[in-house]
Write a protein that binds this ligand. Structure first.
Ligand SMILES: C[S@@+](CC[C@H](N)C(=O)[O-])C[C@H]1O[C@@H](n2cnc3c(N)ncnc32)[C@H](O)[C@@H]1O
Length: 281
């Protein structure tokens, strides 16, 4: 098959045209602020396709020679977008890891949604307080998308849903489930978290913390199913939901644990709770 237009064969690791792809190890990426540069990186052919299906705009594609044919339809649909390719050795020297999941793409970050936009029509909302682990965050998005959660809010300290690892673990569901960051300090530096939870209550949500607190009701309490609009606040590994956020919630909900086990991983807890508290009618 003929190479699609715009294919550029890289022959060295220090090509400035692919600086966006250089040293993509998680440690290096954590030091880099892709959000500030207005880009995110989609990793794996399936995730690249989901990003494009969500209407996001590619800046460039980056993949080994052997994947070119399988993505030919994508390149044909974006004829003005450069396609960087090379041997496994050259690409690995650029990224810092072996590219075994097909294509990478550097994408323009979409304009952030407002809380109003993501909450419109939502009946089940997950609120991620300080969930800073990208794997947990991605897994929660995947569970939310699969188990009937309509929207996600992330607190100021929570990880970036458009970080490469979050996207990959979410299987691209970060592109389909509406989400917004809430509670960032205003122009005068006043913290707006957890006060941001007030907006949920004002819009008719019952705000419940998923937490093993003293006053928590059990997850299968039938009364929990009566809430037309329900927002579930999830906390970080270790600290859990902060005391300030717990105080700002209408109620607390727990998944009873077997003796000798303190708690579940937050992503596992989210899946159990999303299923049990799904909107049923
Ligand atoms: C690992 S837990 C936090 C640690 C926990 N506070 C502790 O005392 O060990 C992380 C988050 O997962 C959720 N979680 C985990 N297990 C839970 C359970 N059994 N019931 C309710 N929430 C749970 C909560 O949202 C919690 O904030």
């Amino acid at each position: 098959m003929a190479e699609p237009p715009g294919v550029i064969d890289l022959d060295g690791a220090d090509d400035p045209r692919v600086a966006e792809y250089s040293r993509l190890t998680d440690a290096a990426l954590r030091r880099r602020t892709d959000a500030a540069h207005g880009i995110y990186l989609a990793e794996s052919s399936a995730v690249v396709r989901r990003a494009l299906a969500a209407g996001h705009h590619p800046r460039s594609f980056f993949l080994a020679h052997r994947y070119l044919d399988s993505m030919a339809d994508v390149f044909a649909a974006h004829p003005s977008v450069p396609v960087y390719t090379g041997t496994d050795e050259v690409l690995e020297a650029i990224t810092g890891f072996h590219l075994h999941r097909g294509a990478l793409a550097a994408m323009d970050r979409p304009a952030p949604l407002s809380p109003d936009e993501v909450l419109a029509g939502a009946r089940r909302v997950a609120v991620l307080e300080n969930v800073s682990d990208h794997t947990n965050l991605g897994a929660i998005f995947r569970s939310a998308a699969g188990l009937g959660v309509d929207a996600i809010l992330v607190s100021p300290e929570a990880a970036d849903p458009l970080y490469r690892r979050s996207i990959r673990v979410s299987m691209g569901t970060v592109f389909s489930i509406p989400w917004a960051r809430v509670g960032e300090a205003d122009g005068r530096g006043r913290a707006a978290w957890p006060a941001a939870l007030e907006q949920l209550r004002a819009e008719g949500f019952t705000v419940a913390a998923l937490e093993l607190s003293e006053s928590a009701v059990e997850l299968d309490d039938p009364a929990l199913r009566d809430h037309e609009r329900l927002a579930l606040v999830l906390g970080a590994e270790g600290p859990g939901v902060t005391s300030a956020a717990l105080a700002a919630c209408d109620l607390h909900v727990k998944i009873p644990m077997a003796p000798g086990v303190d708690s579940l991983n937050v992503a596992a807890a989210s899946a159990v709770a999303f299923w049990e508290l799904r909107a049923r009618a």
